[in-house]
Unconditional design. Structure first.
Length: 267
């Protein structure tokens, strides 16, 4: 056994894994920053430029630009998540940092949206009741809390690409994915998307710009969830098909209410 050649190889491997770890951690922190900025952007909180601030441009032009920005984000988010794209990306990017690269691209697309957003401050509704304002503001934060909780219920750090690098560093073999439905996932199949929907729509001051954001994002969420469901059926098969029959995709308890209204006839 040639230990003199093995030692440099191990050192090179450790350096490579350290670079991967730093890269993944940077991608994670960037995504965390852009997500926090998104909260401030929609909630008009502690950010230099929010969804209704800035120069007002022609209405039709602004609507087109804003829809295009959200569509570009949606395309990146969905296309990069498909198996065919991942297979092509694997030829260029090591498996350990594939997810982190996806997270990085998502952050860059969000940053582009913030930078290029065209505000349309025409009011759609303005709530003045103190109770209603408090309720809508509370729902806004509940939505974001639901998003965060949903990530931890599955695997927060794997979702954002850190676990993959740690596994590679420890040379741990990747196990086949297990189908689990912890807490919230027992009442809705996509609690994270539900949280986004609540956060996007819950505002005491809805403008045309915010409405464009909420509507376009909602359309993307429904399309994105449907594409994701096809992948999950491909991975888990009958197990996920049964899950689809039991649990609603986005609206909690909708299936239960529908079944209660249409009881099965005894055979």
């Amino acid at each position: 056994m040639n230990t003199s050649s093995a030692t440099p190889q191990r050192s090179a491997r450790r350096i490579t894994h350290l670079i991967y770890l730093l890269y993944s951690l940077t991608c994670y922190l960037l995504f965390l920053f852009t997500t926090l900025y998104l909260i401030g952007f929609l909630g008009k909180l502690l950010v230099p430029s929010h969804i209704d601030s800035g120069e007002q441009r022609p209405l039709f032009e602004s609507i087109l630009v804003d829809i295009l920005l959200i569509t570009l984000f949606g395309l990146q988010h969905s296309v990069m998540a498909r198996k065919t794209f991942k297979a092509r990306l694997a030829r260029l990017v090591p498996a350990a940092i594939e997810r982190a690269t996806y997270v990085l691209c998502s952050s860059l697309m969000l940053s582009l949206l913030f930078y290029s957003w065209r505000p349309i401050a025409i009011p759609v509704w303005h709530v003045e009741s103190t109770v209603a304002v408090a309720l809508l503001s509370g729902l806004f934060w509940i939505g974001w809390g639901l998003v965060l909780l949903a990530t931890f219920l599955i695997s927060h750090f794997e979702l954002f690409g850190l676990t993959q690098v740690i596994r590679a560093f420890q040379q741990v073999q990747v196990q086949p994915p297990r189908f689990i439905t912890p807490s919230l996932y027992k009442i809705v199949r996509h609690p994270m998307y539900l949280g986004f929907l609540i956060a996007f729509w819950a505002t005491p001051e809805m403008t045309v710009g915010h409405l464009v954001f909420a509507l376009t994002s909602s359309v993307y969420i429904v399309i994105g969830a449907s594409l994701e469901e096809k992948d999950l059926v491909g991975i888990f098969g009958r197990e996920y098909l049964d899950y689809q029959q039991r649990v609603s995709m986005l609206l909690p308890f909708r299936k239960a209410a529908r079944e209660a209204g249409n009881p099965k006839k005894p055979r």
